[in-house]
Ligand binder design. Structure first.
Ligand SMILES: Nc1nc2c(c(=O)[nH]1)N[C@@H](CN(C=O)c1ccc(C(=O)N[C@@H](CCC(=O)O)C(=O)O)cc1)CN2
Length: 296
């Protein structure tokens, strides 16, 4: 029987730990604060930002959203980041991706105080992750590690294939899976748009993480029996629904489920974990900045 991971249930159990840690911080007079900055984005950005705001309210984090007109120059965003860096009530800063084309992403990510960088995208935090001493693990791959642990999947010794090389998911996921640490110790292959014979790579994998943003591109015939499959995709596909679209993962769930031993669906898998690990990182940031130790 294939085990279908319930991302909402795993997220809820991590949120219980987050709530307990927030109680410990509150007892010392510290309320964790998260500022989310939205400057334009894609079809999903405004939805994800309001989900983040709601999640903060639900666990007791002081969440604020700053919206910047996407036609403003990059300097408007720099000014907002500088102010948030200087605000002691803000422990975590997140700039929602993607940004408008005229805004240089690297400049923006380097501008965020690395101690408040709850996305883990600042070069200092990327360097720490790669060198095996992470401060903030990026939310989606961190959430996937938690999901795998909850499903009793230990990547140690596995042949893992990561589909996609984005800064947000593919690269940090590959790094975490290869690390000499719990949730790592796998042999990792990263595949992308120039990879030859993709199906040959995925058929030889024990674990596949699909994060390419192409609806249902990973199908059951590309997998071997017993593979663990994690679907990161949340693609909006035109459909005759109230919203005019439906959400589809990067995995063809029905055919992949025939082969997989463990599989995460989308929606309802990795997405809820992404938001939960943001709350987790915000609490970690508040703990680091206040000097109040919490257990997470
Ligand atoms: N600064 C960042 N930008 C972006 C990140 C990120 O981690 N940091 N990740 C993605 C999008 N993302 C968070 O921002 C995200 C995507 C999906 C979900 C989610 O919960 N999806 C639900 C479905 C929600 C819906 O109805 O639309 C699910 O999968 O069940 C949360 C967060 C890009 N940008």
């Amino acid at each position: 029987m294939t085990h279908v991971i319930d991302g909402n249930a795993v997220a809820e159990s991590v949120r219980d730990d987050v709530r307990a840690a927030i109680d410990d911080l509150e007892a010392e007079g510290v309320t964790p604060g998260l500022a989310t900055v939205l400057m334009g984005g894609d079809d999903g950005s405004a939805t994800y930002v309001s989900m983040k705001q709601r999640a903060c309210e639900e666990v007791g984090i002081d969440g604020t959203t700053v919206e910047i007109d996407p036609d403003e120059p990059a300097e408007a965003l720099y000014e907002v980041i500088d102010d948030l860096n200087d605000d002691p009530a803000v422990h975590g800063i997140l700039v929602q991706m993607p940004l408008p084309d005229h805004v240089p992403k690297r400049e923006v990510l380097s501008r965020v105080d690395p101690l408040k960088d709850v996305d883990g995208f600042h070069p200092e935090n990327v360097g720490r992750l790669v060198s095996g001493n992470p401060r903030f693990k990026p939310c989606t791959p961190h959430g996937i590690q938690k999901m795998l642990a909850a499903a009793d999947v230990d990547p140690e010794g596995m042949d893992a294939v990561v589909l996609g090389r984005s800064e947000i998911v593919g690269k940090p996921m590959a790094n975490l899976l290869m690390q000499k640490a719990d949730g790592g110790n796998a042999t990792v292959t990263v595949c992308h748009s120039r990879t030859r014979d993709l199906a040959e790579k995925t058929r030889n994998a024990d674990l596949v993480v699909a994060a390419v943003g192409r609806p249902e591109m990973l199908t059951g015939d590309m997998l071997s029996e017993g593979t663990v499959v994690i679907d990161v995709g949340t693609n909006r596909v035109d459909a005759d629904t109230e919203k005019g679209y439906e959400l589809t993962g990067d995995v063809d769930f029905e055919s992949a489920k025939q082969k997989a031993s463990v599989i995460s669906p989308s929606p309802g898998g990795v997405g809820p974990m992404t938001i939960t690990m943001l709350l987790y990182n915000t609490v970690t940031a508040a703990s680091l900045q206040s000097g109040v130790d919490v257990e997470l």
